[in-house]
Design a binder for this molecule. Structure first.
Ligand SMILES: Cc1cc2nc3c(=O)[nH]c(=O)nc-3n(C[C@H](O)[C@H](O)[C@H](O)COP(=O)(O)OP(=O)(O)OC[C@H]3O[C@@H](n4cnc5c(N)ncnc54)[C@H](O)[C@@H]3O)c2cc1C
Length: 474
């Protein structure tokens, strides 16, 4: 029996995907930019099946591409075009194994949707604070493997801060049970850190213990419009100083982003009468209704009077807050539906954001007149989605060609300002060359040593983060 038949036997009839239309969604990335092919797409239903599949792959030297909800934005979960790889999708491993309210923790299988982890935490009177636009489709295993960020990082940290323990199937098919719900454990190396943000290149995450937090009783959502980015950054600084425990999200949106959302997403609603240059959306979490009302009103009033804020909406109820957040979330879809944009998920010291955007936007407009610079992101943690959108009337093919040197320019400037070329989306397939250019040789070499130590036969998600050694040999 060949390796593929052995794998089919392990997972049974319900555990693999038939070719053709059924296979399509597993072989195409969320933006429909990358397409791959696979020898087989499998969906094991427990950790033992995963381990057995991996063992067969290790013996036969078959590459494995771990896949979660396939919402990643760097094509990390898509196989190459060779048709040799096994795609291992975790969707059927979606059980909540345990909620421990006293320990403020939850144990879930890797294929559990983020939204279902949030719901299970809420049912226990607690909160799982990771929140991002793809939460209805992305899985915890994918969130861990990309060290996902999203809108709550400012107060609660990234997935790395929210992960207490892991269960992982290693590239030789052995199972590491590190499902401990501990906040302190200094027994040597913290091995789970190897797999968080590893994008499936070191092993397959099959389950996790996650940190829960108390649920805020109320939340105030505010959208402020300002003239300049400097005024937006100054507003953040003041809010962070005045409400350090309460400010849980602080998002920036440029005028270009809002226009794309309103143009392409019919349900998006604009709350102001006039257009503005920049928008800041933020949340204050509180224990009691109206707790910070007076201080917040005074702060906003003073800034309006000083000309630091043009207009402001304070949501009066949950529905209004939802509409404001929907406008923010509609930006990603609005940009996708414009067909022809290039994403740059960067981070910068907060103090460098204003000058970076000013310099970069002017240079890009000079190099490609009419280019739309759509800047939005989690400014409170220094993360900008500094995306460029084709000038109106230019085809996406022409734009993608023109955008290549622009991306190089943007990354150069990010490096000069002390930033990172990937804040939260990872490297995947799409940023391999940029990583090799901007990460120091010492860091690249340490990463390669870890990869070789855990995955000596290089079967785990080849061609992601690192160039594929197999391709290099050809
Ligand atoms: C509309 C939208 C909004 C988004 N907003 C944000 C945001 O605010 N912040 C943010 O950080 N990201 C965001 N993303 C990106 C994406 O949702 C995240 O990267 C998410 O964590 C990916 O999860 P996934 O389950 O879809 O993983 P996939 O896309 O399936 O996989 C991502 C990577 O993880 C690996 N992987 C997946 N599961 C496992 C596993 N069990 N074991 C080992 N490796 C695995 C894959 O091989 C791949 O390399 C957004 C995406 C969209 C489409």
């Amino acid at each position: 029996m060949d390796a593929i038949d052995q794998i089919r036997n392990i997972v049974g009839d319900a555990g693999w995907v038939r070719d053709g239309e059924e296979a399509e969604p597993y072989l195409t990335d969320w933006r429909a930019v990358y397409k791959g092919s696979a020898a087989l797409i499998v969906k094991p239903q427990n950790v033992d099946e995963v381990a057995k599949v991996v063992r067969v792959c290790a013996q036969a030297g078959l590459p494995i591409v771990p896949q979660g909800g396939n919402t990643g934005l760097c094509a990390g979960s898509i196989p190459d075009g060779s048709g040799r790889a096994i795609v291992l999708n975790l969707a059927r491993m979606n059980r909540v194994r345990d909620v421990d309210p006293t320990n403020f923790s939850i144990t879930v299988e890797a294929g559990t949707l983020l939204v279902n982890v949030q719901a299970a935490a809420e049912a226990a009177g607690l909160m799982f604070p990771l929140s991002l636009g793809a939460e209805g489709s992305c899985q915890i295993g994918g969130n861990i493997s990309t060290n996902a960020g999203g809108i709550g990082v400012l107060k609660y940290g990234t997935m790395r801060d929210l992960t207490l323990g892991l269960e992982v199937v290693l590239p030789d098919g052995s199972i590491w049970d590190g499902l401990r719900g501990l906040r302190k454990d200094n027994t040597g190396y913290d091995l789970k850190q190897c797999f968080i943000g590893a994008e499936g290149t070191l092993g397959i995450v099959t389950a996790a213990v996650l940190r829960l937090v108390p649920r805020p009783r109320t939340r105030t959502t505010v959208l402020a419009a300002v003239n300049t980015l400097a005024q937006g950054v100054a507003l953040f600084e003041q809010l962070q100083s005045e409400f350090p425990e309460k400010l849980s999200a602080f998002e920036l949106m440029s005028d270009a982003c809002i226009k794309l959302a309103l143009k392409n997403v019919p349900a998006a609603v604009y709350p102001f009468d006039e257009p503005h240059s920049w928008y800041l959306l933020f949340d204050l979490e509180q224990k009691r209704e109206g707790e910070s009302e007076a201080e917040l009103e005074a702060l906003l009033g003073a800034r309006i009077e000083a000309g630091g804020i043009e207009d402001v909406v304070v949501a009066q109820n949950l529905a209004q807050s939802g509409r404001l957040w929907h406008l923010r979330e509609a930006i990603v879809e609005g940009e996708r539906l414009e067909y022809g944009s290039v994403k740059h998920d960067i981070s910068l010291p907060i103090s460098a954001i204003d000058s970076f955007v000013g310099i970069a936007a002017a240079e890009l407009e000079a190099r490609l007149p009419g280019i739309r610079v759509a800047v939005f992101g989690h400014v409170g943690d220094g993360n900008l989605h500094f995306n460029i959108v084709r000038p109106e009337g230019m085809t996406k093919e022409v734009f993608y060609e023109a955008a290549r040197p622009l991306t190089d320019y943007i990354y150069e400037l990010v490096a000069q300002k002390g930033g990172s070329i990937s804040a939260e989306h990872g490297i995947g397939r799409s940023k391999i060359a940029a990583l090799a250019r901007f990460k120091s040789p010492t860091e690249m070499s340490m990463m390669a040593m870890i990869k070789r130590a855990l995955d000596p036969h290089m079967i785990m998600n080849p061609g992601k983060i690192f160039e594929d050694a197999h391709d290099r040999r050809q």
